[in-house]
Design a protein around this ligand. Structure first.
Ligand code: PLP
Length: 399
């Protein structure tokens, strides 16, 4: 009896995914602020700027009509057509609107893609370090995430050699790459991406490209996998470049043969993406000038960090290619990045994310900074970190 009751209350084994530690940092920062303290926020990967004015105005107008309905499961035809046009305009690549699926942020895009592509037990290669939900969603769906170690030598990207070596050890059914990547902010060169797509597909692996940070590049232009193969699955979102995290709207470019499967899944899992968000997303494409100004702000922030962090004591970080992240090696100070982030928050008032969230192997040596807020915040953060690290290195001495 008691056993049966306990069983009823027990969560499924597949729901046993790890928490996102950045949430703990956010909660600790909120406590400091509630007590009147000042915190510079560099922990959460979200733009501080609002959605484009064009998007907000379109949403207001749609609300005023009083009718917000379901849409077609694959998305509003006008939005799907506009996204297809985006590939022609931005990359010079022809993508049929029929292959575009509007999703509830890229997060739901991953769930739909993994369900449509993989069987339970399938093995999917991911770069380590990487965005934690990739492995957690795969695990929750009964697939096996296979972490492939990356190094500075290959700009922190999976190489063809490493992919094939993992595949020879035990066959892989898929591989997911991101460029620009989270947490590293590094990018894959077009030739390297092309080689990876070709190698994966030659070995029968499905290829998924997370392009959510496209548009936020500072070193060289990112390549889209849509140019490289009609069989690659591309995941993207309005969350980052268009500053629309809370609107929960993104998209997928699916291979033609998969669209119907994705449509059936979406019909059953969500019916449709919220219409209000789709209306706003369509109008967001007209707000690009505003978003380019926001991007220039990130570029200025990136410069401040690259120029000033070394003198403040953090002089080892990965190439700051894109997105709005800087991934710093803090092993000179600590080999416990969670404790380092906690102390930096409590003692310096700067919130950042411990690398251990993104990399179970070496993440204890790294901290991720998000530079999506104001330039003043960046200057203040560097000054606070510099003063704090001097105190840490010379205990007892005032900064
Ligand atoms: C690499 C990467 N992919 C996907 C996502 C999910 O974003 P969303 O669901 O808001 O589109 C994030 C969010 O931080 C991310 O960093």
């Amino acid at each position: 009896m008691l056993e049966a009751a306990t069983r009823l209350l027990k969560p499924s084994a597949r729901s046993n995914v790890p928490p996102f530690m950045v949430m703990d940092v956010m909660a600790a920062a909120a406590r400091i602020e509630a007590a009147g303290g000042r915190v510079v926020h560099m922990e959460v990967g979200q733009p501080a700027a609002p959605a484009p004015q064009t998007a907000i105005a379109a949403a207001r107008a749609a609300l005023a009509t009083g009718r917000i309905d379901y849409t077609e499961a694959l998305g509003m035809p006008a939005l799907r057509a506009r996204i297809a046009r985006h590939y022609a305009e931005r990359y010079g690549v022809a993508v049929e609107a029929d292959r575009i699926v509007v999703t509830t942020g890229s997060s739901a895009g991953f769930i739909l893609a993994f369900l449509a592509l993989f069987e339970p037990g399938d093995r999917v290669a991911l770069a380590n370090p990487g965005y934690p939900p990739y492995r957690h969603i795969l695990a929750a769906l009964g697939c096996e995430p296979v972490l492939i170690e990356t190094t500075a030598a290959t700009r922190w990207a999976i190489t063809v050699e490493a992919l094939i070596a993992a595949h020879r050890t035990k066959p892989l059914q898929g591989v997911l790459v991101a460029s620009p990547a989270n947490p590293t902010g590094t990018m894959i060169r077009a030739e390297a991406l092309a080689a990876l797509v070709a190698a994966a597909q030659a070995e029968g692996m499905r290829f998924i490209s997370d392009e959510i940070y496209h548009g936020l590049d500072y070193a060289f232009a990112p390549e889209t996998a849509a140019r490289l193969s009609p069989d690659a699955v591309i995941i993207n979102s309005f969350s980052k470049y268009f500053c629309m995290t809370g609107w929960r709207v993104g998209w997928m470019v699916a291979p033609g043969a998969l669209v119907r499967a994705v449509e059936r899944l979406q019909q059953n899992l969500a019916i449709s993406v919220p219409m209000l968000s789709q209306v706003a997303a369509l109008a967001a494409f007209d707000g690009r000038a505003e978003m380019e100004a926001v991007k220039h702000g990130y570029e200025a922030n990136r410069r401040i960090l690259i120029d000033r962090l070394p003198a403040a004591g953090l002089d080892r970080f990965l190439p700051v290619d894109g997105a709005f992240y800087l991934y710093a090696d803090v092993s000179r100070f600590s080999n416990d990045s969670f404790d380092f982030a906690k102390r930096m928050l409590e003692e310096a008032g700067v919130a950042a994310t411990p690398g251990i969230d993104f990399d179970p192997v070496n993440g204890h040596n790294f901290i991720r900074f998000c530079y999506a807020r104001s330039a003043d915040d960046m200057r203040e953060a560097v000054a606070r970190i510099g003063g704090w690290l001097r105190r840490v290195r010379q205990p007892g001495k005032p900064a």
